[in-house]
Design a protein. Structure first.
Length: 303
């Protein structure tokens, strides 16, 4: 899928959303949070931006996996993006269900071209589990896509970040074998990896590639909660990323080393923006170590 280009000079502006956890029947998240209202509040806040070239939603889009929940998402994000001539890229999360996602949002893995930037979504979900995984066939597919460089490089979108989590529960539900993914990305022209899952803002680097985790829309995880516990508060936000275009005419010459090309390309500029409500900061849950261990055992990888 190809969309109208911004000028090369201004690069690519990405509105990065994640973890909307929508319900098809209007249920409240943890009995308290209207996640559809939270999404609308985030989009209203982002409407203050002068432009956006692509909206990326990096998984856990639904909480119940229903087709109606995905229709609610598309009915808000689609018109918002259309009004700005922006592309939309969706990725699967561990709460998403494949039938509903595919019926409403389309393929679980896709390639979208925007003004010489390539955006590749990768499905890290494992049906019935909370952790993430990418199999050999998916890695081969990604390797094949990256075999042909894109003029301004590639952005990879997935749900489970390929960098360590800050809390015990999310550490038990991390992406398995992240080095396999990172090696494929580093061998190609990947300039940025976007993820969700952690429900808090995070900027990191792995294998020389910037990694950005968007804040959660449904809630905000506490990255410095007591060791062994998991805590979250009410709060929503988004990431705004400006990725400059590649200006060197030969930056994607096949003779060049991709890592060297990344080093010459300008780094992304990342802002994390809150979309506050009157209830921001109120504790949503505080799970003790025993509950964290129970959930990790049920939703994590087999020992």
């Amino acid at each position: 899928m190809t969309f109208p280009p911004p000028t090369t000079e201004r690069g690519l502006r990405i509105l990065h959303l994640s973890d909307t956890h929508l319900f098809g029947d209007g249920s409240l998240h943890y009995g308290r949070v209207d996640t559809l209202a939270a999404l609308e509040r985030v989009l209203d806040r982002a409407a203050e931006l002068d432009r956006v070239d692509v909206v990326v939603a990096s998984g856990d889009l639904s909480d119940d996996g229903s087709e109606e929940s995905y229709r609610l998402l598309a009915s808000r994000v689609g018109p918002w993006a259309d009004a700005r001539d922006a592309a939309v890229v969706y990725a699967m999360g561990n709460h998403d269900l494949r039938p509903g996602f595919e019926a409403v949002l389309g393929a679980r893995e896709a390639v979208t071209e925007v003004a010489g930037f390539r955006i590749v979504s990768v499905d890290t979900s494992v049906p019935g589990a909370g952790y993430g995984s990418i199999d050999a066939a998916q890695l081969d597919r990604l390797r094949d896509v990256l075999a042909t460089p894109s003029p301004h490089g590639t952005v990879v979108v997935l749900h489970h970040p390929p960098v360590p989590a800050s809390s015990a529960l999310l550490a038990a539900l991390e992406l398995q074998s992240p080095h396999d993914l990172l090696e494929v990305c580093a061998a190609g022209d990947v300039r940025l990896i976007l993820a969700g899952h952690y429900h808090h803002a995070l900027a990191a680097e792995a294998h020389g590639i910037p990694v950005v985790v968007a804040p959660g829309i449904a809630n905000t995880a506490d990255p410095i909660a007591r060791p062994g516990t998991e805590r979250a508060t009410i709060g929503s936000g988004f990431a705004l990323i400006d990725l400059p275009g590649v200006t060197d005419a030969d930056a994607h010459d096949p003779a060049h080393d991709p890592a060297h090309d990344r080093a010459r390309a300008a780094a992304p500029r990342v802002l994390f923006v809150a979309a506050p409500s009157a209830d921001d900061g109120a504790e949503l849950f505080d799970l003790d170590a025993a509950e964290v261990e129970r959930i990790a055992a049920a939703a994590g990888p087999a020992a």
